[in-house]
Write a protein that binds this ligand. Structure first.
Ligand code: ATP
Ligand code: MG
Length: 311
């Protein structure tokens, strides 16, 4: 059974740091897992030695990347942290992964294939657990790890800010993506996501969209037709409280109610959240999830949608 039949494995990557990879993985994963009546089973693989999505975004005490590093190196089974949210499991990231990354050359020389190890153990875990979607978060720096994830994933989602450095990271990664495909990887480009954007800067945003579209020419994909708005206060709350954008909405709602009742009690209101209304941010992610699902459906019904790059 191929990975595509078992679960959709989406790699979220950009060779530039701080462009919203981890935040997007956590929020999208939580939304897919809790959406609808049934919710889909989701696995987050934290492939980053920094472990931001594990520790900061989801607030999970992991194994410092031990299980994933061992899978990469020895082909041992992946051990998820279960039910970190309803329908959501995590393979923790951490510094053990940096060791695997640093030893990549030695492994290749000695016939150890990190990608094959991860591919087979991920397929086994997906078959056993029935995950519908796997989201892999990646760090900005470690090229051997990134190449491993590019070989294993079915889809690539690239978040970026609109500065030159981040867009340069998109271009670097796009080239790495095409090299992976040349090596025989079946990964397809799902789209580019503009992150931390001022929605009112329409002219600027259009310019950036055009720039990205040009970069993506021949890939069969376009930038997502939704941007993630700039929301620094909500971002601080999310990381401090280990909540995704969707979860923060419920929290803000509860906080408003308790503040009202405290006012009635004539107690001094205490500061809880920095963000007053994270619902716009959550709505952006909601629309992103809708577009991701639509693209997955399209790619799966017409696999030829993403052709080979000409030339
Ligand atoms: N909507 C937002 N607006 C502004 N800043 C945000 C928003 N969402 C998240 N942030 C903040 O942006 C920073 C970068 O986000 P994040 O850690 O998700 O990026 P990353 O690409 O995973 O970084 P790294 O390359 O280090 O892994 C974080 O401090 C995060 O809290
Ligand atoms: Mg990150």
């Amino acid at each position: 059974m191929t990975m595509t039949e078992a679960a959709r494995v989406i790699l979220v990557a950009n060779q530039k740091g701080g462009v919203g990879k981890s935040t997007t993985v956590a929020t999208v994963a939580e939304m897919i897992a809790t959406a609808g009546k049934r919710g889909r089973r989701v696995l987050v693989v934290d492939g980053d030695p920094q472990a931001n999505v594990t520790a900061d975004d989801l607030g999970v005490d992991g194994d410092r990347g031990q299980s994933l590093a061992a899978t990469l190196q020895f082909g041992t089974p992946l051990v998820p942290v279960r039910n970190v949210r309803a329908h959501l499991d995590v393979i923790a990231g951490g510094p053990q992964l940096a060791i695997a990354g640093a030893a990549a050359h030695l492994m290749t020389e000695n016939g150890i294939d990190m990608a094959a190890n991860l591919q087979s153990q991920l397929a086994a875990l997906c078959a056993a657990e029935g995950y519908d979607v796997v989201l892999i978060d990646s760090g900005p720096g470690d090229v051997p790890l990134l190449d491993t994830y590019l070989s294993v994933a079915n889809y690539l989602l690239i978040p970026t800010r609109d500065d030159r450095g981040s867009l340069g990271g998109v271009e670097l990664l796009a080239r790495r993506f095409w090299r992976a495909r040349k090596r025989g990887a079946s990964i397809q480009l799902l789209g580019v996501l503009l992150f931390d954007v001022n929605p009112r800067a329409e002219k600027r945003n259009q310019e950036v969209f055009a720039q990205i579209s040009e970069m993506l020419e021949g890939s069969g994909t376009t930038p997502f037709d939704v941007t993630i708005r700039s929301a620094p206060a909500a971002a601080v709350d999310m990381r401090n409280l280990h909540k995704t954008a969707g979860e923060l909405v419920a929290l803000a709602h509860a906080e408003r109610r308790s503040r009202l009742s405290k006012l009635r009690d004539k107690k001094s209101p205490t500061r809880g959240l920095w963000s007053s209304d994270p619902s716009g941010l959550a709505a952006d992610y909601q629309e992103l999830v809708r577009q991701i699902v639509a693209r997955l459906v399209r790619y799966e019904s017409e696999p030829a949608a993403v052709g080979e790059r000409v030339g």
